[in-house]
Design a protein around this ligand. Structure first.
Ligand code: CAA
Length: 261
């Protein structure tokens, strides 16, 4: 692949968008390669993913404006669908995906971070949906996920005004969970990811599914989804071991890693 790299560290996979000359902007090729990279992740080997951008300046500076500049209405809609299909895949990916936002997260960059489970940002990060300044709407889920993440009023103000915000404001409005110095970003996110990866894999996956699916339906249906996914954890080796370990009064015993089952 030309624009996407993938490496595995322990049980954590790192997907890097690597097109720094264009500030990691998302053209069709990058979208295709990201699709391929996610398809190739072995979720029996890897328990948490990190998505980041190459370089020290930009996470993703948006969809590729050059590529979009000559699109027809039908081609524009198809391009939106291409991004949306990929971002839905990331959002519903069976294992958690953390966005390590290392600079500009504009337009499609803000949107791809919103498709991740949560965002940790470097101090130099800038978030925004500048699309209306280009004569378009956000097209890779921004009108939907930004509103769900920070509330409709804040999302509307950012989107209508094409207003970029710095990392401290992103933290204040709950768009990111934590802001750290740029050099601390990957060590911090890798530590968070490793902390997730050491927990029972089926339970972590079911938590993601329960939260994502439950947020789309009313509370009665949402708790039913939870009940099924809760029940699904029982009789697994991890549930048996996790509970037996807790109940064992031998305090000298060391907890073994959870098995992937
Ligand atoms: N698409 C294509 N190329 C881009 C790009 C983008 N979104 N963002 C940056 N680049 C390219 C620039 O054209 C430039 O290329 P050249 O060196 O070949 O000229 C290179 O990246 C470096 O960019 P700048 O020289 O502009 O760097 P800067 O530091 O002066 O500015 C910036 C950085 C403020 C992020 C500026 O590049 C910028 O405003 N980029 C566009 C941001 C934007 O509007 N994003 C939204 C796109 S629309 C969208 O995403 C739609 C959707 O929802 C699907």
């Amino acid at each position: 692949m030309e624009f996407v790299t993938y490496e595995v560290k322990g049980q954590v996979g790192i997907v890097t968008i690597n097109r720094p000359k264009a500030l990691n902007a998302l053209n069709s090729q990058v979208l295709d390669e990201l699709n391929e990279a996610f398809d190739a992740v072995d979720i029996n080997e890897v328990r948490c993913l990190i998505l980041t951008g190459a370089g020290e300046k930009s996470f993703v500076a948006g969809a590729d404006i050059g590529e979009m500049s000559t699109l027809s209405k039908a081609e524009g809609e198809a391009f939106g669908k291409k991004g949306n299909d990929l971002f839905l895949k990331i959002e519903s990916f069976p294992i958690p995906v953390i966005a390590a936002v290392n600079g500009f997260a504009l337009g499609g960059g803000c949107e791809i971070s919103l498709a991740c489970d949560f965002r940790i940002a470097s101090e130099n990060s800038i978030f925004g949906q500048p699309e209306v300044g280009l004569g378009i709407t956000p097209g890779f889920g921004g009108t939907q996920r930004l509103a769900r993440a920070v509330g409709t009023g804040m999302a509307k103000q950012m989107i209508y005004g094409a207003r970029n915000i710095k990392s401290d404001e992103a933290l204040r409005i709950g768009l990111v969970n934590q802001v750290v110095a740029l050099e601390e970003l990957m060590p911090t996110v890798e530590k968070i990811a490793a902390g997730i990866a050491k927990n029972a894999p089926i339970a972590v996956r079911n938590c993601k599914k329960a939260i994502n699916e439950g947020m789309q339906v009313d509370i009665e249906k949402a708790v039913e989804i939870e009940e099924k996914l809760f029940g699904d954890c029982f009789e697994t080796a991890d549930q048996r071991y996790g509970m037996e370990f807790f109940l064992d009064k031998n305090k000298e015993k060391v907890k073994e890693p959870f098995k992937n089952c």
